[in-house]
Design a protein around this ligand. Structure first.
Ligand code: D5M
Ligand code: FE
Ligand code: ZN
Length: 480
């Protein structure tokens, strides 16, 4: 092992200090670590690896160490039924918005604080100051962080924004000739601005707009998991447009197919059923008019899924929980229909499976994003998801279609960068990658509804995405 490791490094012209070499060779995944050093995204490989460098890489690693024995024998590492779903972030049981509290102050303060912290880590925003200080500043360049309260185009075609921080509000002008002009701004997002004070501190002329964004060079590192996760959203059980045959094919595949043998997780990001009273005259489009019966039917079918598959189900805007986001998990009187391998989580929620962090969000805010931002469309949900990741927020636009609950903490902030980000709602199927985050929009099991026809929305149903949790390998299955 030592020889292989040293050879691999020296081939690339990398030296390693003896104590670092000792520690490296004691790692069962030493060769993988060598790869990580070679392909280190930040500025290429180091010339000399010191003990401290290696220790910090080991600390960052998502993988747990694999016993040598398993590597040699290729024995299956995960014992049967070892699935563990760790819930990292979920409103369920943590709601503070009880009764008729309609005060959003704390929510917005929390959002501001959390995203400001992320922005302050950006090199471009080192030395940020408050708006009052920026107004009085004699410097040529100032840096501020604030929430967008308003944005409009002036009669000369420039963009004028109102930016607010904890102390003050200021006008920020983005000239149409500035590079930042093409960057879309949505209301209530939190941004950093680098610019020049003007008009005696009444205004700042922006040179650059900075977003919290996803750090470059992240992404899933290999781990020892053998398991696949499958994603299936927007089932809409009970609707007369529910695609029963295709769904049954999918469940049948999951039960018996050789390809599905190592599937250990089924993740369902909302709209499990069609619900009742979701839109006017919905009864006319329902096959099952009792919402409990809808869940019971779904639960019955999921009982056919192998016991060694953990099912994680979140609600959407058609499900039987409060509509305001974050939505808690489905309550016990519905949960009770399902087997014990089903974990109900909130919307959004962040879970960990096999060392992978998965952010699950149904996606009601797609409607607001698409309406607010020219160029975003229902047909390209991955572009919207990328915009959510760049702003580290699932639903920044307040007061439109997405109902938001006045919680004290903003659960819609993406504070932890996920390995996998899955959404639904728009009934499209897409998989992509943004700076190492795997993005999935998980299709639907409902054909075009009359509502969608009216709005010219064409669904892309009956696709199931699969991700190998050890390697990040992806597949798409088509049951259409
Ligand atoms: O949403 C399914 C699709 O229909 C999704 O693309 C959003 C769209 N939809 C649903 N309600 C609305 C409203 N009120 N405006 C615009 N677009 C909408 P589902 O949640 O499954 O009904
Ligand atoms: Fe839906
Ligand atoms: Zn929906």
């Amino acid at each position: 092992m030592r020889r292989r490791v040293l050879e691999a490094l020296s081939k690339r012209g990398i030296l390693i200090e003896p104590d670092a070499a000792d520690l490296l060779c004691r790692q069962p995944d030493a060769m993988q670590l060598v790869e990580n050093f070679i392909y280190r995204p930040e500025g290429g490989p180091p010339m000399i690896i010191a003990l401290g460098d290696l220790e910090s890489v080991l600390k960052q690693q998502v993988m747990t160490t694999i016993p040598d024995l398993n590597l040699m024998t290729k024995a299956r590492i995960r014992p049967e039924g070892a699935n563990k779903v760790i819930i990292r972030k979920d409103i369920t049981g943590n709601s503070t918005s009880v009764g008729d509290i309609t005060n959003f102050t704390k929510l917005f303060q929390d959002r501001f604080k959390t995203i400001k912290r992320m922005l302050l880590r950006r090199r471009e925003l080192q030395g940020s100051i408050s708006i009052p200080k920026a107004r009085k500043s004699a410097e040529r360049e100032v840096k501020i962080i604030g929430m967008v309260k308003d944005t409009r185009i002036t009669k000369n075609g420039h963009r004028m924004m109102e930016i607010e921080d904890e102390e003050d509000v200021v006008h920020v002008l983005v000239l149409k000739s500035a590079r930042a002009f093409s960057d879309v701004i949505v209301n209530d997002e939190i941004i950093g601005i680098v610019g020049k004070p003007a008009k005696n501190g009444e205004m700042i002329v922006a040179d650059e707009i900075i977003r919290p964004d996803i750090p470059i060079g992240g992404g899933m590192r290999k781990n020892d998991s053998d398991a696949w996760a499958v994603f299936a959203g927007d089932i809409h059980m009970g609707s007369n447009t529910f695609l029963a045959n295709q769904w049954n094919d999918f469940i049948g595949w999951l039960k018996t197919s050789e390809e599905a043998r190592d599937v250990k997780y089924l993740i369902m990001p909302g709209d499990l059923v069609d619900g009742i009273g979701i839109y006017p005259d919905q009864e006319d489009e329902l096959l099952i008019e009792d919402v409990f019966k809808q869940y019971e039917t779904l639960a019955e079918q999921l009982k056919g899924v192998r016991d060694d598959i953990s099912i994680i189900a979140a609600p959407g805007n058609h499900d039987a929980v409060r509509l305001a986001e974050p939505q808690p998990a489905l309550p016990d009187n519905i949960r009770k229909f399902f087997d014990s391998n089903v974990t109900m989580v909130g919307n959004p929620s962040q879970i960990e499976i096999e060392g992978r962090s998965v952010l699950i969000y149904h996606g009601r805010s797609f409607d607001d994003w698409i309406q607010a931002v020219p160029g975003l469309t229902y047909g390209k949900p991955l572009e919207v998801m990328r915009d959510m990741l760049r702003r580290r927020h699932l639903a920044p636009i307040y007061g439109e279609k997405t109902a938001i609950a006045p919680e004290e903490k903003d659960y819609m902030v993406i504070d932890e960068v996920p390995d996998i980000f899955v959404t639904g709602h728009v009934h499209h199927a897409g998989m992509g990658d943004y700076r190492g985050v795997i993005m999935i929009n998980s299709s639907t099991w409902q054909s075009q509804t009359s509502f969608q026809k009216m709005h010219g929305q064409v669904p892309d149903p009956c696709k199931a995405f699969m991700i190998h949790l050890g390697t990040g390998k992806a597949r798409v299955l088509d049951f259409a």
